[in-house]
Design a protein around this ligand. Structure first.
Ligand SMILES: Cc1cc2nc3c(=O)[nH]c(=O)nc-3n(C[C@H](O)[C@H](O)[C@H](O)COP(=O)(O)O)c2cc1C
Length: 182
């Protein structure tokens, strides 16, 4: 079996918030044999995505994006560490997904075929939203990753607003250490 490697993609607009803390708590129970790669999508902002599907063809990736695509392809598991923003994913996480549309069209990368079978996870804090209000963000990500043949690992949710609040959500507290074992 190939070694597992988790890519954690942070997308909160603040440091030290609930999603990041919850992701660290979940990651702490991964065995040492599992590699962890942490990338904050907000600190080195991604370039705008250009839709060139039906006109000029896509050129090679600039170095920073080639590195991100490479880290994505090296991962067995991709974890979106994303607070709920306006009932959707934060813009950096959504922009990262949009860039997949470019990566999929680079024949040398073999992106779509190589993404198939990887596992996708979501770690999300929200502030008092209902299941119906969370569903569009969670299910949209699940559909996007399924489009590439990825397997859905699950969503770890916490009802939390100010940083540290996730620790008051007892359900999230007990779910975090077991999340990746499920
Ligand atoms: C721009 C913005 C939009 C938000 N939209 C929602 C929302 O639609 N639903 C919700 O329950 N919480 C919403 N929140 C609250 C955050 O999801 C909540 O504070 C969460 O704990 C932030 O995660 P973090 O600590 O990892 O940054 C929003 C917060 C911000 C800053």
């Amino acid at each position: 079996m190939t070694a597992r490697r988790f890519l954690f993609l942070l997308s909160s607009a603040r440091q030290g918030g609930n999603t990041q803390a919850m992701a660290r708590a979940a990651a702490a129970s991964l065995p040492p044999s599992v590699a962890q790669d942490w990338r904050d999508l907000t600190t080195a902002a991604l370039p705008p995505f250009e839709d060139l599907r039906h006109g000029a063809s896509y050129g090679p990736l600039p170095p920073a994006m080639a590195a991100l695509a490479d880290r994505t392809l090296k991962a067995s598991d991709i974890v979106f560490v994303a607070p709920l923003y306006w009932y959707g994913l934060p813009a950096p996480a959504k922009l990262y997904l949009d860039h997949w549309s470019h990566w999929m069209r680079l024949p040398d990368l073999g992106f779509k075929a190589r993404m198939a079978g990887k596992r996708a996870w979501l770690i999300m804090a929200h502030a008092g939203s209902t299941e119906a209000e969370i569903a569009p963000a969670r299910d949209g990500l699940r559909c996007a990753t399924a489009y590439l043949g990825m397997v859905w690992g699950g969503a770890l949710l916490a009802d939390a607003n100010a940083p540290g609040d996730w620790q008051k959500d007892t359900q999230a507290q007990s779910a975090a250490p077991q999340f990746f074992a499920a």
